[in-house]
Design a protein around this ligand. Structure first.
Ligand SMILES: Cc1cc2nc3c(=O)[nH]c(=O)nc-3n(C[C@H](O)[C@H](O)[C@H](O)COP(=O)(O)O)c2cc1C
Length: 152
């Protein structure tokens, strides 16, 4: 597939760091994203951890730019920085307009146990971020993996 790109950005949530507030916002985001991303052939994954959003988005450049511009105007977060943008030969998340991976899964995969320890997911090397999320989404042996997927 030619002319396909993958973007990874991070941003800071402006929402109260309350599980219900964040959970509700992620549900709303997932609902909008499911419709828009499916329409625009965008696929990706969203992660939230300790006030930080990270998202992987894949698609054709014009659709990616339009999606990023829309997301960038959203007041539920701020300080959006694109960490990585590259041309890719195929999608890592071909089946999900927007999957959700919990911070607990990322923490467990990268730090062993470590529950309750705060972790800045934005500091993970960007070259491992998308492959790590794909592994978490596709490995059935990871405990509770289905519970970590929202409307995938
Ligand atoms: C962290 C974050 C990630 C988002 N990801 C997406 C996305 O992948 N696709 C999308 O269409 N909207 C996404 N949104 C929501 C958009 O900012 C915006 O609210 C939505 O696209 C509006 O859609 P509508 O005009 O169809 O209602 C995201 C918002 C936030 C805060």
């Amino acid at each position: 597939m030619s002319n396909l790109e993958r973007v990874i950005y991070r941003s800071r949530a402006t929402l109260l760091p309350d599980a219900e507030v964040i959970g509700g916002a992620i549900d709303d985001i997932a609902e909008a994203a499911r419709a828009n991303n499916a329409r625009d052939a965008i696929t990706g994954v969203l992660v939230y951890s300790d006030g930080v959003f990270m998202q992987v988005l894949e698609g054709r450049p014009p659709a990616l730019d339009a999606t990023l511009a829309r997301i960038g105007k959203d007041r539920r977060h701020k300080d959006l920085h694109v960490l990585r943008r590259e041309t890719v030969s195929g999608r890592m998340f071909p089946d999900t307009p927007l999957a959700f991976v919990s911070s607990a899964m990322v923490r467990e995969a990268t730090m062993g146990s470590g529950r309750g320890i705060s972790m800045d997911i934005g500091r993970l090397p960007t070259e491992i971020f998308a492959p790590l999320l794909r592994t978490l989404l596709t490995t059935p042996s990871v405990p509770n993996v289905t519970g970590m997927l929202r409307r995938a």
